[in-house]
Ligand binder design. Structure first.
Ligand SMILES: [Mg+2]
Length: 495
């Protein structure tokens, strides 16, 4: 099987990092066809040509029709019957319009996953991401502006000193690529990898990399030069896959991870076998005997099932008592639940930094939050704030006042559903205000890693990551559909 280029990149990086821990490590990306999917630009420009010239040649053109390089449009012209006498002027119009500030801002779109990969490296200590492009210097400001606009929601930022460009139109593109590599070497960077979609570029760069330290990665998108030019040791890839790049042991240590909705025995067993520190339980009152039980849905949302049994909170806490675990109690009720929870937590020896409460303002009021904070100094006290999303974005001052009030009540962590509309915008604003943030309902490994890249204080997930040896069982919402009570005994690799 071919090696995955992202996995190779990760292991090459970690090897060099170990070998040269004090060096400034640099990964270099080409821009067009490597970071940016130029088909979007072609589509935008040809549609705009029609608009500006009141023609209809490209009415039926779709993204999937575009399988030619952006500088070789003739096959598209043939496909859409563009008359031969206007082709020359169309290309002239295209070439001037393509690099206008407006088109660069409007039409440039990144490949899926590439900005996340860049973010991952920008997050690593002593590690930098450089850009090496054959775009001429005259586009420097627009290049940085458009890439930083695209990068913003991923927390990606490119700086002027890490952008190498072609000196002028007279400077040959291949020579410019070599000059770019030398520029970064002169700045004292150890170049660990160079990613480009043109085989010719990779070839000329390999010619000056005599140490063979540099991993050459070929982004197999649309390219003009011959594939034969590719140096033998280049690794080919076509997907920027975070799950191939980031391994379990590379996760940042400062983010807390929470195994969410552990309301049944199979989940509890899996959680115990994992290295995830926090386990989250949905706590509500059993209406028939007043006991605290674990159940995700209310009895209104989900009727009592014929075979349904509950785990009691006391049982779960007793099981976890002498383990190195913290418990997160999602309080699905106000007064009655609070009343009992304070005692139960203490009885089983959970307090301070091993304890985390979460409650929605629909259930918990000012005095409830204050009681929790007073009874358990050092505990995390969390409130979901998805209900504030429209205010945070449209009336930030009003949202800020509400958040400050919640803080006065003792809330020290605000939580947001991963699926909240406009989440990145919301997160950015809340993060900018300096609040500690939790992301919850982060399902699947790719989403989990995307959440890691935002660097919240904590992430709650179902940890259904087969790639890491974690498996979710058939259990859902804390009880078993189809009456299945089989326990998944599969041994789970520790995290
Ligand atoms: Mg390119």
């Amino acid at each position: 099987m071919d090696k995955n280029w992202m996995t190779e990149l990760a292991s090459h990086y970690s090897r060099l990092k170990q070998q040269y821990p004090h060096d400034k490590h640099l990964i270099i990306f080409d821009i067009d066809g490597t970071i940016l999917d130029m088909r979007h630009m072609v589509l935008y420009l040809l549609k705009r040509y029609d608009q500006d010239h009141q023609t209809t040649y490209f009415n039926d053109l779709e993204l999937s029709d575009i399988n030619v390089h952006e500088n070789d449009l003739v096959p598209l012209f043939d496909m859409f019957d563009v008359p031969s006498d206007i082709r020359e002027s169309l290309i002239a119009w295209y070439n001037t319009t393509a690099w206008s500030s407006e088109a660069m801002l409007e039409a440039h779109r990144p490949f899926r996953g590439v900005l996340e990969v860049i973010r991952w490296f920008q997050m690593q200590p002593g590690t930098y991401v450089g850009l090496n492009t054959a775009r001429p210097e005259m586009y420097r400001t627009d290049t940085l502006r458009s890439l930083n606009e695209l990068g913003q929601e991923y927390k990606v930022h490119f700086t002027n000193d890490l952008l190498a460009m072609r000196e002028s139109n007279d400077h040959k593109a291949l020579a410019a690529k070599q000059a770019g590599i030398r520029y970064f070497q002169e700045q004292g960077y150890r170049i660990i990898a160079f990613v480009d979609n043109e085989p010719d570029n990779l070839r000329v760069v390999s010619e000056i990399d005599t140490e063979r330290d540099m991993l050459l990665l070929h982004a197999e998108t649309l390219f003009k030069s011959k594939r034969d030019s590719l140096p033998n040791h280049a690794i080919v890839g076509n997907e920027y896959d975070l799950t191939a790049l980031i391994s379990k042991n590379a996760l940042p240590k400062h983010i807390e991870f929470v195994w969410q909705s552990i309301n049944n025995t199979p989940y509890l067993e899996q959680f115990l076998l994992s290295d995830v520190y926090w386990g989250e339980f949905d706590v509500r009152l059993n209406p028939f005997n007043g006991e605290l039980i674990l159940r995700g849905s209310s009895f209104q949302e989900q009727a009592l099932q014929p075979e349904e049994e509950f785990l009691s909170l006391a049982h779960a806490l007793d099981t976890l008592r002498y383990k190195n675990k913290g418990i997160k109690l999602d309080l699905k009720g106000g007064g009655g639940v609070i009343e009992r929870i304070l005692d139960v937590a203490l009885t089983y020896g959970f307090n301070g930094s091993k304890l985390w409460f979460s409650g929605h303002i629909d259930h918990l009021h000012k005095h409830d939050f204050k009681r929790l904070a007073l009874a358990h100094p050092g505990a995390t006290i969390q409130c979901p704030v998805d209900f504030l999303a429209p205010l945070v974005i449209h009336k930030p001052q009003r949202a800020r006042n509400i958040l400050d009030r919640l803080t006065d009540w003792g809330v020290n962590r605000f939580s947001m559903d991963w699926h909240t509309a406009d989440l990145r915008h919301l997160f950015d604003q809340m993060d900018g205000w300096g609040f500690e943030l939790n992301l919850y309902n982060v399902r699947g490994l790719e989403a989990f890693l995307q959440a890691v890249l935002l660097q919240p204080r904590s992430i709650a997930s179902d940890f259904d990551f087969p790639k890491w040896g974690y498996h979710a069982t058939a259990a859902e919402n804390g009880h078993h559909r189809n009456g299945s009570r089989r326990i998944n005994k599969k041994v789970i690799a520790s995290m």
